[in-house]
Structure formats: structure tokens, C-alpha cells
Design a protein around this ligand. Sequence first.
Ligand code: DP6
Length: 386
Amino acid sequence: MKVVTCIAPVNIAVIKYWGKKDEELILPLNDSISASLSTDIMCAKTTVMASPSFEKNRFWLNGKIQCMETNTRLSNCIEMVKKRADSSLEHYNWNISICSENNFPTAAGLASSAAGYACLVYALAKLYKIEGEISEIARQGSGSACRSVYGGWVQWHSGTLPTGEDSIASQIAPASHWPEMRALVLVANDSRKKFGSTLGMYRTTKTSTLIWERVNKVVPERVKQMRQAILSKNFESFAEITMKDSNSMHAVILDTYPPGIYMNDISQAMVNLVHCYNDYKGHNSVAYTFDAGPNACIYLLESEVDEFIAVVNYVFPKLKSVPNSEYYKGYPLPDTTKYVKNKELNVSPCSEGMLKYIIYTRVGEGPSVLVDQKEHLLQQNGLPKH
Ligand code: DP6
């Protein structure tokens, strides 16, 4: 029996991927850039186990058995890893059990499939001892997964080859390059999405005219500026491009016919809060970005966290019945009672309970192997422990 357990990060894009030029190979219309968030707080965890006694391949996601035969993205990933492996490995032809878990809500627009596929491909690569570039394989599980194969700041190059060989991710800078960078995930709603990104972006490419302006003109320019902002740690410019690009993606989603709408009234209130806060500060000190869901990821520097979280608590009061331990997740948040509401901040509070919870995290490292046997999600018989 052979077994490997790994973890992989969630990534949140600052230049968004929305739209494919090849649906099967998952080739994006434009380059995108993201940060991988600390696996200490949010991660996917996957155990892969191969054994000569397993009668078939099996896969559990968050405790539920999945049908492997109909999941072409999953079988493509397994096949591509095995194609690169040495077929003389003892366990090459053994069946495998896979068990994967996220420690955050699946399909709530919190990039769960990205972390999940990156983790799966990373674990399979370790099991079958393949070396080198694996982001091309993770991409075929879920496009954005290719960025979670690396830590820190990552660019997914759309590539020009029809085979997709050059549609790979590469690291722009490690997390240590900008150690002050933090992220606050403001969770408005953690229920499942109405329709996923795959269908949403397919409809956009078929019906939106605005997408071509975005893909051909807006994004190529922004990618250059964003790389520069990251490399020179220019938060002002980083924040402006991040917010504009999130707005641009949601604009093309709205330009889709029938229109897509992922952000809700609470998301709009978050956008308003960030702009009011930046106005009051006199410069961009926090930046929002929204994926295919209503939750905001706020990028900000460590020095800004105390004051901004005080404002979030003022504008989005917590329901008194929800304990702090369920509301504030991630790294410990500072005590904000010392900040009294500044009258110049022109924003009124919403009613209680608009946010379900807040996750405080930072930019972090890429996937890693967990060597401790206790970490395995599968028992020796290939069935999940939980
Ligand atoms: C909105 O990677 O989930 O998060 O490639 O079809 O699986 P598929 O889509 P997916 O797209 C996520 C897009 C996004 C923006 C981004 O992460 O860049």
C-alpha cells in the first residue's frame, strides 16, 4: 500500500480569469494573477492511497462518495499524471482511493475547486513520483487551480499553443516578498452558488460583446501594471487595479445574456464601505475583489487591519447571539474597541447579521506534503476515517 497526504492553498485573483478559448483543454482567454492564501487558515487536504487489494478507483469529496466515471476533469488529471510517471513503478497499475476535504464552504465562491484540484494533482504527482511542471495538469481540473500549485503571487499565462502546453502558471514573487500583505474574507452567504463559473463564463463568451474589450485591451495592460505593482510593493496601484478588475469581470458577467449576477446587496454595501474608507483615508488603503459569489476578499496591509476591522464591525454589526469564536475565524483579530467611529467616515451601519463570519488570513506558501501518518484521511482499507 502507498499513501500520500497533501494540503494546497486557496487563491484569490486580483486580475480575473473569466472566459475560455478552449472548453475541453481549459485554455483561458486572458492571463490572470492571484495570491495564494495561507494554508494555516484555509486549505484543501487530500489523501491518495494505492493498493493491490482495491477493486476499483474511488473518490470522496467532503465525506461524500463521488462518481468517478462521469467526472472527466478528474479522470483527465489522473490520466495526465500517470502518462508522465514511470510505468515500472510497483503501484503503477494498482487502483486508488482519493479523499479530499476543504476546511471552508465548498462552491460558495471561495475558490474551493482551485484548492481541491491543485491538492489532488500535487498529491498524485508525489504518489507517482513525477517531477517538474504540474500546473498544466491542475488547470485541466479547474482553470484557476493551476495558480494554487504555487505560493505567493502567481500569474497564469494564457499561452498561444493550441495544445495548451504553454498555458501554465508561474510565480511572480514568493509570499515573503510582501510579508505585510493580509486578506480579510467577508462572508455574506456561504450557501452554494446558483450556477457555477464554468457555465457562467461559457455564456459570457457566447453572448457578451464587452468581454472582447476586456480580453483584448483592458487585461493585457493591467497584467503589466499589476506585475509592476506587486514587484515594487506599490499598494496604491495594486488596490486600484484589483478593484477595477473585479468590477470589470462582474460587468462582463452582467453583459451576458441572460445576465449573471453573483454579487448581492451585501456585496454592494461592502464595495461602498471600502470606497468610503479609502476616501476618508485620502488614498487606497484597502481593496476588494469578488469571485463568482457574494463574498468579498479584502486585501490590505497589516498596519491597516485594526482600524479597518473596527469600521467593518461598525458597518456590519454581528448578531449578538453569534459567539465571537464562530464569527471571527483565522488569525486572531486585534481588539478594536480603542477605535471610535470617525465622523468623517460617511457610511451608515447596516442591520445586524449581514455577515455570517470573517476570515483573517495572509498571503502564504504553496502546496505541501504532510508526513505525519495521523494526517491521512483514509484508513488502511481505503475508506475515509470520518
Ligand atoms: C471567478 O477555475 O472555477 O474565480 O475553469 O471552469 O473550472 P473552470 O472555472 P474556475 O473559475 C473561477 C474564476 C474566478 C476568477 C479567478 O479565480 O480568476
